[in-house]
Design a protein around this ligand. Structure first.
Ligand SMILES: Nc1ncnc2c1ncn2[C@@H]1O[C@H](COP(=O)(O)OP(=O)(O)OP(=O)(O)O)[C@@H](O)[C@H]1O
Ligand SMILES: [Mg+2]
Length: 262
C-alpha cells in the first residue's frame, strides 16, 4: 500500500459551550480532547468507541462543520485549520462526509436529483444535460435506478437513502470520505450490501476512508488500522488484526468483553 499521508490530525480539540441551570454559569463539553492520527492515501482507518465518546464530532471538525477549538488539520501537506469558507472550497470537494442518519441528512423537500446536483452546482462541475447525465450515472453507480432522479427522499427505504447520501458524496469526485456510521441505521440484511459497495467504490476510485462505527466486526472487516476513542481521546490505534488479537488499553479490552462475537 502507498504510505503517503493524506490526512493528518494533530492534537485536535473541540469543546462545546453549554449552559448549566437557569441562572447558568457557562460551562463546556470536551467532545474531542486532543486527538492525533494520520490516514494514508487509499487506506481505511476505522474509529470505534461507545456512544458519546466524540466520533461524529471528530469527523465534523475535520471537515470544519465545527470550528476546531485547537489543534491542526493537515490535508495533503497543507494546513487547512485556519481557512475561511472560500479557502475551504477546494478542500470540501476533496473530503466528503456520509452522515450517520440517512433520514435526517437528506432534505425532504428536494428531489434526489437536486440533492445530488447541489454540490455539482456549488463546485461548477457540470450543467444542463451533462449535469443530469452525471446524476443518473451516480445513481446507477450506487445501485439505484436512473429514473429515481425526480423522486423525493420519503419514497425510498433506509438503505436506498443511504445510497443517495453516498451518491451525493461521490458527486464531487472526492479523494477521501468520512463515513459516519454509514450502516448503523440500516437493517442487518442491507448492511453488508452497503459495506460491499463502499469497498468496491474504494477499489474503483482509489478512495481513502475514515470509517466510524459501533460494530467492531464490521470495522475489522473494512479497516487497515483501527483507532479506539474514549471520552474524547484516542486511547489506542493499531493495525486491525493486532487490535483484535492483542488489545492493550483497558477500555479496548472492555469493548471486546461487551462485544464477544468479534
Ligand atoms: N452541537 C453540540 N453541542 C453540544 N454538545 C455536543 C454537540 N455535539 C455533540 N455534543 C456532545 O459531545 C459529545 C460527543 O458527541 P458525538 O456525537 O461526537 O459522539 P459519538 O461518539 O459520535 O456518539 P454516537 O456513537 O452516539 O454517534 C457528547 O457528549 C455530545 O453530547
Ligand atoms: Mg456519532
Amino acid at each position: 500500500m502507498n504510505k503517503e499521508i493524506l490526512l493528518e490530525v494533530k492534537d485536535l480539540k473541540k469543546y462545546f459551550n453549554v449552559r448549566k441551570g437557569m441562572f447558568s454559569t457557562k460551562s463546556y463539553v470536551k467532545a474531542v480532547d486532543g486527538v492525533s492520527f494520520t490516514i494514508n492515501k487509499g487506506e481505511t482507518l476505522g474509529l470505534v468507541g461507545e456512544s458519546g465518546c466524540g466520533k461524529t464530532t471528530t469527523g465534523r471538525t475535520i471537515i470544519k462543520l465545527y470550528e476546531p477549538t485547537s489543534g491542526k488539520i493537515i490535508y495533503n501537506g497543507e494546513d487547512i485549520t485556519g481557512y475561511d469558507y472560500n479557502k475551504m472550497l477546494p478542500f470540501r470537494r476533496k473530503v466528503q462526509m456520509i452522515f450517520q442518519d440517512p433520514y435526517a441528512s437528506l432534505d425532504p423537500r428536494m428531489t434526489v436529483g437536486d440533492i445530488i446536483g447541489e454540490s455539482i452546482d456549488i463546485h461548477k462541475l457540470a450543467a444542463g444535460k451533462e449535469r443530469t447525465e452525471k446524476i443518473q450515472y451516480l445513481l446507477r453507480k450506487v445501485g439505484l435506478n436512473s429514473d429515481h432522479i425526480n423522486r423525493y427522499p420519503h419514497e425510498f427505504s433506509g438503505g436506498q437513502r443511504q445510497r443517495i447520501g453516498i451518491a451525493r458524496a461521490l458527486a464531487v469526485e472526492p479523494e477521501c470520505i468520512i463515513c459516519d456510521e454509514p450502516i448503523s441505521a440500516l437493517d442487518v440484511s442491507i448492511q453488508a450490501q452497503v459495506v460491499n459497495m463502499l469497498e468496491d467504490l474504494q477499489r474503483d476510485l482509489g478512495l481513502t476512508y475514515l470509517f466510524i462505527a459501533h460494530d467492531l466486526s464490521m470495522v475489522k472487516h473494512i479497516s487497515n488500522r483501527v483507532g479506539v476513542m474514549y471520552l474524547g481521546n484516542l486511547v489506542e490505534i493499531t493495525g486491525s488484526n493486532e487490535l483484535y488479537s492483542n488489545p492493550l488499553h483497558p477500555y479496548t479490552k472492555a469493548l471486546f468483553i461487551f462485544h464477544p462475537n468479534t
